[in-house]
Design a protein. Sequence first.
Length: 150
Amino acid sequence: MTNLRKSFWEKYSLDQLNQDEWEALCDGCAKCCLVKIIDKKKIFVTNISCSKLELVSCRCSDYLNREKNVKDCLKLTKDNVHKNSKFLPSSCSYKLIGEGKPLPQWHYLISKDKESVHRVNQSIKDGYISETSVDQENYEDHIVAEITGK
């Protein structure tokens, strides 16, 4: 990622970011990789991660092919980020910048430390399990939050 403009997250809208900036905006929390249960108009978040997520690093093991290989993968793009923002946590960098809000101090673009997201417990690095260890009929037993609002 060499094509990053200085403080791009403060100066440009999501639509104005180049591909390197778009990718760099992700804080690595992996909250978007959690299994969600959609029931009528409610969205429930579980403590179950996608099978492709490496829980130790909070990184996708098949990032380039994630959309092809994971049916419900939430691949954010400039074209769909607003439509999918309801599935994102309030701390999501894409959501924050889209709403004209600043990045949190722990975001690595500000702290210059990619581990800060984990140290301040803003990632799913600890206390989450892979969907490979849970039967789908038991997903409801793993609900940890309900997403409300827009």
